[in-house]
Ligand binder design. Structure first.
Ligand code: PLP
Length: 389
């Protein structure tokens, strides 16, 4: 069988065996409804509340500040729409950045069409926002600042504590999309002055379709989903008990292994960061060289189409991702690569490799070897590359 190397962990991750076992129990014998008063239902209820404790402890929150949702996108939608609706009296202004996930950007665009005002902060060539630009953008009517913890394409980690401090000083609320950061790097919502935080289970080796929104106690927020009294009457719908318990198991495992995993995975990342520019000419690293997720590698290869690169790597058994156009069905390359100032033709030749604890040194070396060959072959087909020689 051909070697398979999965390097798309920013898209989704392999579910831990232990997580599947945990979920199995709640799909099987323990199928009760947590809202039922008899003991069988209460067993499920207890499991959810224990999951709430575990997940809260990952970010130094309290259990009653964690609300389970149907994933990262729902959490982002809820945080932004819910906070803006509940604080309409204070104002209608949102500050975000140009490199947010579409779950945040498209939500802001939707609100902008419905009477809200949105400021999109620029980022520098490493993908960092400017704290002074943020501070200057804050107005009397600014209700919410929503800036992602770490970017899913280029891996750049924002100065979250500094953003939280600025928000607090100016009386604005601070939401962060921490889907790529939760369980991967240390987060402390108290220390970092984070008011709302989104996370998703399937980015930490948990199941798809379950996530949470942390809402600091006392924050005014409207419901997104109306109905029954679940999640302290803030998010209706019978709880995804197996999903929540699997999420909790994944979060517990992520927390227990965090330090070890960070150094292991970032070691593999740095092997890519060192070896690719050594072996291939005309490459550019995207994202901050050091303030970046342990598992994120993102390069642009001049004179190459990212799509072709993905197809050729796929033929070698390597699963990766690109910020080039066709992936998303759009004509323009990714908004993130545009925002860090890449010219179109360079953005089109980008490759994201996202690693996990299951990635091995052998996988890294195999991928680099194949990449060298594929880039060479593709460039030989590029008239632009040949002409410049
Ligand atoms: C994956 C991701 C999301 C969406 O989460 P889902 O659970 O897939 O809805 C949101 N933001 C970021 C940064 C992500 O990486």
């Amino acid at each position: 069988m051909m070697k398979q190397v999965y390097l798309d962990n920013a898209a989704t991750t392999m579910v831990h065996k232990e997580v599947i076992e945990t979920m199995d129990a709640y799909y099987g014998d323990l199928y009760g409804n947590p809202s039922s008063i008899y003991d069988f239902g209460q067993t499920a209820k207890k499991a959810i509340n224990s999951a709430r404790e575990t997940i809260a402890s990952v970010i130094n929150a309290k259990a009653d500040e964690i609300y389970f949702t149907g994933g990262g996108s729902e959490s982002d939608n809820w945080a932004i729409k819910g906070v803006m609706a509940a604080n309409r009296k204070k104002g209608n202004h949102i500050i975000t950045s140009k490199i947010e996930h579409h779950a945040v950007l498209h939500t802001c665009e939707y609100l902008a069409k419905n009477g809200y005002e949105v400021t999109y902060l620029n980022v520098d060539s490493d993908g960092l926002i400017s704290l002074s630009e943020l501070e200057e953008a804050i107005r009397e009517n600014t209700v919410l600042i929503t800036i992602m913890f770490a970017n899913n394409e280029i891996g750049t980690i924002q100065p979250i504590k500094e953003i939280g401090d600025i928000a607090k000083r100016h009386g604005a609320l601070f939401h962060t999309d921490a889907v790529q950061a939760f369980g991967h790097v240390p987060i402390d919502v108290k220390e970092m002055n984070i008011d709302l935080l989104s996370s998703s289970a399937h980015k930490i080796h948990g199941p798809k379709g379950v996530g949470m929104l942390y809402i600091r106690k006392g924050i005014k927020i409207d419901n997104l989903i109306h109905g029954g009294a679940q999640e302290s009457k803030k998010r209706a719908g019978t709880e995804n008990v197996p999903g929540i318990c699997g999420y909790s198991k994944a979060a517990e495992m992520a927390m227990d292994s965090m330090n070890e995993r960070m150094s292991y995975v970032s070691g593999l990342r740095d092997r890519f960061l060192k070896k690719i520019p050594e072996a291939i000419e005309n490459v550019r690293l995207n994202g901050h060289p050091t303030k970046r997720l342990p598992g994120n590698v993102n390069f642009s290869f001049e004179f190459i189409e990212g799509e072709s690169l993905l197809l050729y790597l796929d033929m070698e058994g390597i699963s990766a991702s690109s910020g080039s156009a066709c992936t998303s069905g759009a004509l323009d390359p990714s908004h993130v690569l545009m925002a860090i100032g890449l010219p179109h033709e360079i953005a089109h030749g980008s490759l994201r490799l996202s690693l996990s604890e299951f990635t091995t040194e052998e996988d890294v070396d195999y991928t680099i070897e194949k990449l060298i060959g594929v880039v060479h072959r593709l460039r030989l087909m590029s008239p632009l590359y040949i002409r410049r020689k």
